[in-house]
Design a protein around this ligand. Structure first.
Ligand code: NAG
Ligand code: NAG
Length: 367
C-alpha cells in the first residue's frame, strides 16, 4: 500500500478526535457557584446535625424524582433554574461525596439553610455552615480543582464563572426579630442594625472577589413581612408585618448602593443586584396576574396562612403547587422561583442593576 493512502485515514481520524475534543472544551457551560441560605441550599444541611433541613416529604414532591433533596421547595430552587439557563447541570452540594473529578468543573453549591450575614444568625439551628465557612470551603474547593486541572486553569474557571449569593433574610427573621427584645434588637435600633449588616456583608463580598469571583448575582431580601410565617405571628389581621417590611425596605436600597460602590472601587460590573423584593411584591400585590390563587397562604403548613411551624407529612398540603406563591411558611414555590428567574434573565433595570443576566451572558460570550 502506498504511504499516502494510509495517511488520509489518520488525518480523518485525528480531525475527528480533535473535532470532538476541541469544541467540547469551548462549549462547556460556564461554572456556577452558589453561596447563601435556605433559598439556595440544595442539600448541604442533609449532611449536618441541624434542625434546618428539608429532607423529608412533602419537600421535593414536584422535583423530577418526586423525592426530598434538601431543597426548601416543592421542586426546583433558584440555583437549579439558573443552571438550566446556563445550559448546565445543577451544581452539587459542596458536602456531597459525588463532588469529585469531572463534577468539580460544573461548580458547587456552598449554601446552608439557616445562616445569615452575621455569625450569630441561626444559632438556634445548632450546626449550620456560616458564610465565613462557606468561603473557606470555596478555597478548599479550589485546592481540589487545582489538583485536577492545575492552578492556572482553576483560576480561569473561577474568573469566568457565574456566582449567586442569597443571604440576609435570616438576619432579620432568625435573629433581630426572632424573639421580642432579642440581643441584637437591644444592641441596635433598626437603622443601625441595617448599617451593621451592610458593612459585614461588604467584607464577605470583598473576600469573594479576592477568591476570584468576577460576575456575582446578589439577591436582596424578599418582602419579609409578607411571608406566611410573619402574617401568622407578627401581624394582627394577616396583613404584612410592618416591622419586618420596614427592615426589608431599609436594607434593600442600601445593599444596592453598597454593590454600586464596590463596582466603582473595582472598576467593573462585578456585582449585579437582583431586586427580589420588587419581584416578590409584584405577586403579593397582584397574585392573579401571575396565575396564583393566593400569595398569602402557604401551600404546606398549619395554623393561620399555613404559617406556623414547619412543613411535614401531617401538614395541610395544597393539591396544585402552581397556584401558590409560597410553598411553606418562608420559601417560594417552584412556580414563584421560575417567575423570579425569568426577571433575573430579562427584567428591566427596576429589577436588575446594572443589567439583566441575558445581557451579561451575551457580553461575557463576546469577550
Ligand atoms: C465569624 O466567625 C469566624 C470564625 O469563627 C471568625 O473568623 C470571624 O471573625 C467572625 N466574624 C465576626 C464578624 O465576628
Ligand atoms: C434585559 O434582557 C432583554 C433580553 O431578554 C433585553 O431585551 C433587555 O433590553 C434587557 N433589559 C435591560 C434593562 O438590560
Amino acid at each position: 500500500m502506498a504511504p499516502s493512502s494510509n495517511f488520509i485515514p489518520i488525518v480523518i481520524f485525528l480531525s475527528l478526535v480533535l473535532g470532538v475534543i476541541v469544541p467540547r472544551g469551548e462549549a462547556r457551560p460556564r461554572a456556577f457557584f452558589v453561596f447563601g441560605d435556605s433559598l439556595v441550599d440544595n442539600g448541604n444541611n442533609n449532611y449536618l446535625f441541624t434542625t434546618a433541613r428539608a429532607d423529608s416529604p412533602p419537600y421535593g414532591i414536584d422535583y423530577p424524582t418526586r423525592k426530598p433533596t434538601g431543597r426548601f421547595s416543592n421542586g426546583f430552587n433558584i440555583p437549579d433554574l439558573i443552571s438550566q439557563r446556563l445550559g448546565a447541570e445543577s451544581t452539587l452540594p459542596y458536602l456531597s461525596p459525588e463532588l469529585t473529578g469531572q463534577n468539580l468543573l460544573i461548580g458547587a453549591n456552598f449554601g446552608s439553610a439557616g445562616i445569615g450575614i452575621l455569625n450569630d444568625t441561626g444559632v438556634q439551628f445548632i450546626n449550620v455552615i456560616r458564610m465565613h465557612t462557606q468561603l473557606d470551603n470555596f478555597e478548599e474547593y479550589q485546592r481540589r480543582l487545582s489538583a485536577l486541572i492545575g492552578v492556572s486553569q482553576t483560576k480561569r474557571l473561577v474568573n469566568q464563572a457565574l456566582f449567586l449569593m442569597t443571604v440576609g433574610g435570616n438576619d432579620f427573621v432568625n435573629n433581630y426579630y426572632l424573639v421580642r427584645s432579642s440581643a441584637r434588637s437591644r444592641q441596635y435600633k433598626l437603622p443601625h442594625y441595617v448599617k451593621f449588616l451592610i458593612c459585614e456583608y461588604k467584607k464577605h463580598l470583598k473576600r469573594l472577589y479576592d477568591l476570584g469571583a468576577r460576575r456575582v448575582l446578589i439577591t436582596g431580601t424578599g418582602p419579609l413581612g409578607c411571608a406566611p410565617a410573619e402574617r401568622a405571628t407578627h401581624s394582627t389581621n394577616g396583613e404584612c408585618s410592618a416591622e419586618l417590611q420596614r427592615g426589608a425596605s431599609l436594607y434593600n436600597p442600601q445593599l444596592e448602593q453598597m454593590l454600586q460602590g464596590l463596582n466603582k472601587k473595582f472598576g467593573s460590573d462585578i456585582f449585579i443586584a437582583a431586586n427580589t423584593a420588587q419581584m416578590h411584591n409584584d405577586f403579593v400585590a397582584n397574585p392573579t396576574a401571575f396565575g396564583f390563587a393566593t400569595s398569602k397562604t402557604a401551600c404546606c403548613g398549619q395554623g393561620p396562612y399555613n404559617g406556623i411551624g414547619v412543613c411535614t407529612t401531617s401538614s395541610n398540603l395544597c393539591p396544585n403547587r402552581d397556584l401558590y406563591a409560597f410553598w411553606d411558611a418562608f420559601h417560594p414555590t417552584e412556580k414563584a422561583n421560575k417567575l423570579i428567574v425569568e426577571q433575573i434573565m430579562s427584567g428591566s433595570t427596576t429589577y436588575m442593576k446594572p443589567m439583566n443576566l441575558s445581557t451579561i451572558l451575551a457580553l461575557d460570550a463576546s469577550t
